[in-house]
Ligand binder design. Structure first.
Ligand code: XMP
Length: 329
């Protein structure tokens, strides 16, 4: 492996050699490890000439906005503008049930918000920001052929995925990709050196379209998002309490647009069904469903039905990938 301390020094030199002293840089934070580490590195190099944005699209998990903003501000001192665009996203998603259509709409809204942010900044600074930071990793960059002289071999599994977002059209931003020669485990090492909290570095992956692909069908229907957030939080917290979080690649709940009959107290109920999904994986390309002990599942199901109004049935997803995908949409 590489000496990560020296990677930090070299990257900072490189960034300062690229970005002129009067230039400004923008970065969209997703709340994930890669964009956070990339921004922290750039911030260390150029200070508050970095301008980050975090968008609450109304599709985030329970207390996600508060949690990541606390890490950005309190732990990392990143200059972040938090934009609450929940209503904008949700109004555009009303009535939409096709998963790819959801992704397209979310991507489009994100670009429009990012565009507005860049233009506001241009007004404020009296000049256009010159660069955009992206948390692109090595596996995102290569298809089959590593950049010459990178010293990288093919020994790691290669993944292609959909993490690469769109860019503002008329901005002509140049890219800064400080992680583009690194693998995920190396990004975590880098994050550790940069004081990104350990719990943050070990977070499970989360899809860009967020809970929109975990509420099947119309995400704006009833209080589906609110129910899903509560169920997901109980499930994840139980996994953490049981010490299982780091053994799992990804775990989450899915809201199903169906109702089933139940009995709670002496009341007959006709309420929602939620599904629990947990998988192990190396790279997300293939995955195995995770085996929980009987008692764990029993306790979680009980906690969910007792704790979340409107849910009377919990099922577990026991398919691997393939034939299923990790997400349900
Ligand atoms: P699937 O569901 O295809 O997911 O087995 C593989 C990995 O990718 C994540 N995923 C996404 N990530 N935008 C993203 O940034 C997306 O549209 C998206 N769809 C799936 C998924 O959570 C898993 O980690």
């Amino acid at each position: 492996g590489w000496n990560m301390e020296s990677v930090v020094d070299e990257e900072i030199k490189l960034i300062n050699g690229t970005v002129a002293p009067e230039d400004h840089v923008i970065c969209a934070l997703s709340g994930g490890v890669d964009s956070t580490v990339a921004a922290t590195l750039v911030h260390k190099a150029i200070g508050d000439r970095l301008h980050c944005i975090f968008v609450d699209n109304g599709l985030l998990r329970y207390k996600e906005r508060e949690r990541v903003m606390e890490t950005f501000e309190r732990d990392l001192h990143l200059p972040v503008t938090c934009v609450d665009a929940s209503e904008q996203f949700l109004s555009k998603l009303k009535g939409v049930v096709d998963p790819e259509m959801k992704r397209k709409i979310i991507g489009r809204e994100f670009i429009s918000i990012f565009d507005a942010f860049a233009h506001d900044l241009e007004q404020k600074l009296g000049k256009k920001p010159g660069y955009l930071v992206q948390g692109t990793l090595y596996p995102d960059v290569i298809e089959s052929c590593p950049p010459p002289g990178s010293g990288r071999s093919h020994s790691h599994t290669i993944k292609s995925h959909h993490n690469v977002g769109g860019l503002p059209k008329d901005m002509k931003l140049r890219l800064i990709e400080p992680l583009k020669l690194l693998f995920k485990d190396e990004v975590r090492q880098l994050g550790r050196i940069l004081n990104v909290p350990e719990g943050f570095l070990k977070r499970h992956p989360f899809p860009g379209p967020g809970l929109a692909v975990r509420v099947l069908g119309d995400v704006t229907e009833g209080n589906a998002l609110d129910i899903l957030r509560q169920v997901d939080e109980i499930f994840i917290q139980s996994i953490k309490d049981a010490g299982l979080y780091d053994s799992i690649w990804q775990a989450f709940a899915v809201f199903l647009p169906v109702r089933s009959v139940g009995v709670q107290g002496d009341q007959r109920t006709h309420s929602h069904v939620v599904a629990l999904r947990a998988v192990t994986s190396q790279d997300g390309m293939t995955a195995d469903w995770y085996y929980f002990e009987h008692k764990f599942l029993n306790d979680v199901a009980r906690k969910i039905c007792n704790g979340v109004r409107g849910v009377n049935r919990v099922v577990q997803d026991i398919t691997s990938k393939p034939p299923s995908t990790i997400e349900w949409e």
